[in-house]
Design a protein around this ligand. Sequence first.
Ligand code: ARG
Length: 259
Amino acid sequence: MFRLTLIVGFFCIASVALEDSSEDNDRIIGGRNIAITEAPYQISMQNKGIHFCGGSIISPKVVLTAAHCIAGVDGVSLSDLTCRAGSTMWSNGGQVRNIVAMISHPKYNPKTKEADIGVLILSPAFKFDTGVKPIKLADGVPTDGKAGIISGWGVTRDKGVIVSTMLKCAEVTSISRKNCSQPPWDYGDEILPSMICARGDGKDACQGDSGGPYVSKATNKLWGVVSWGRGCAREAYPGVYTAVVAFKKWITKHIEENK
Ligand code: ARG
């Protein structure tokens, strides 16, 4: 009898522990589920209908993403690549568009991750509605301690492999470039002038969120593009984002050329 109680007791504790950890982790990493109408600029970049990166709508035919997302499908036929907007699920619904061109920033350096930014040109143009809307580019980088929102369908735990079915977001706090290259953060001189950092306790972007938006909570403008990090949501390693303002001229030129 005592043994049975012990076993039952163990299972109760074990199942509570399991539920607790999924509460914490079964989201972007530490985030919550949202509807696409809360982040209508978010798109899913897909290869043969499978999500692999995020992006942000900046005009009817232009999406902003990370250059490493474009490099990741080097050799893949453009006809296999699409963007889905307007759906909370990456796998169905909303509007699907063909990618007719992908342009990485000429200064992109895969080794240092400098200028990890690029544009996708779509056909036909998106039709804007409550779930599909462009986001404005920010005119600066956040100073320390500002609230921002990240979103995506990426993995929900560090070292995870399964991407999320539903869109998730998390609120993170900005760390200026200068502070991000100093203790208590451990990146040192890996943080370049065109990078910004953001973190939250147990909150971060992760694999599959790349290319996606990092948005100012106060102005709803796009501060950054999900770029890299050492692991995800680790103590000494904030998420690193490409600062949109550093490449604004180049981005705007592509918007103008694709009206
Ligand atoms: N490079 C990753 C991707 O391709 C995203 C990394 C973001 N990591 C982070 N810890 N914030 O999806």
